[in-house]
Design a protein around this ligand. Sequence first.
Ligand code: IFM
Length: 458
Amino acid sequence: MTKITFPDRFLWGVSTAAYQIEGAWNEDGRGESIWDRFAHTPGRIQDGSTGDVACDHYHRWPEDVAIMRALGIPGYRFSVAWPRIVPAGRGLVNQKGLDFYNRLVDGLLQAGITPLLTLYHWDLPQSLQDEGGWTARETATAFATFADVVSRSLGDRVKHWVTHNEPWCTSLLSHQIGLHAPGWQDWPAALTVAHHVLLSHGLAVERLRSNAPGAEVGIALNFDPAWPASPSAADYHAARRHEGYFSRWFLDPLYGRRYPADMVEYYIQEGYLPQGLAFVQEGDLETIAAHTDFLGVNYYTRRVLRDTAAPDNLPQTVFAAPASEHTAMGWEVHPESFYRLLNRLHFEYLVPKLIITENGCSYLDHPDENGRVADGRRIRYLSDHLIAVHRAIQNGVPVAGYFQWSLMDNFEWALGYTQRFGIVYVDYVTQKRYLKDSAYWYRDLIARNGLEQYKSDG
Ligand code: IFM
């Protein structure tokens, strides 16, 4: 048994997002968001549910903060709902919306919890969507103004800011695959959205710098590292292209490398960029590459890629071990990819500081007759991934914090309430919270700033 200790001042936390937990979708002047519209559209959400009530966190936040405090969780990542603060997306500010987040931030600070605030976790005001949403360049400037409003109000107390959560989801998943709001399937639109989201990030960084001096600012990207299914050249290229689509398209411009040439060429060839990069205006790439203090890393799983069109592609399963474990999402458990990713981000992209803004798993464990939720598989998942993080740190990768996804079970977007990522179980009928075994395990891990790694003797 080896004890693993994390660096001093390593920031442990849990993560949530506004639409997934808050509920109160039409209270106190909150405007409609694209997720309200999407979830209210029949057929969009697997179980027909909505975020109208979700975990009722808008009303129950003191209880949720008390849970974190009782567990000794030092950091809390949450997002603010744009339509709660600026109901029409631009223009009038809803003071009641700002008041809510002010109360929350004050409550966190009183509980000794460091807030990490995400400005955009997907709930675009519907009125902006009606004007083209993120395909309109003006949405990027509206976002910068929103960042200005929020940081003027909270910048004296919030010292960690994330501009966007997972731009791949905002752009490709929502506008090309169409699984998330607004549910489009339009390649050129999706790539335009990606650019405007990145631009809005750069514009927001400037506002945050002036309104929250000394604060740390970053963006959170999601990664599913791609592995070739076989050693064939075709599978290698399929994997490389997937990474271009999923992560390099965002990482490269953020880190001053412009859009990746191989992907630009591929997208033009496929007709996905009919006007090339016409949406890139002078100065945009410099704005996007604004200096940030950290990169937020969201990691859950890897992806094994096979080029089905390739003649030399034999059905090998060299890397995809048949014995692999999968979570309730069907996602393979693969901590080694997490380790490699962290190394790559630091040593290849020269990212100076990383914060794990999301890592976690869905397993469908329920309370037993005594109210205990025995979620051993989650404990196993988290501890294996934390060992990977620790190995990366040992290797010289500057990881400064880890935020588990998620504090509590919540609305899992197009999958509704069919998944449970929380270390706290939520009974959606009674809104009662039950601490799962993993919550106590996380409490102990934080208290020790580390964990014990069990090694089998063979
Ligand atoms: O629930 C989501 C979160 O909103 C964004 N990252 C992935 C999580 C699990 O799917």
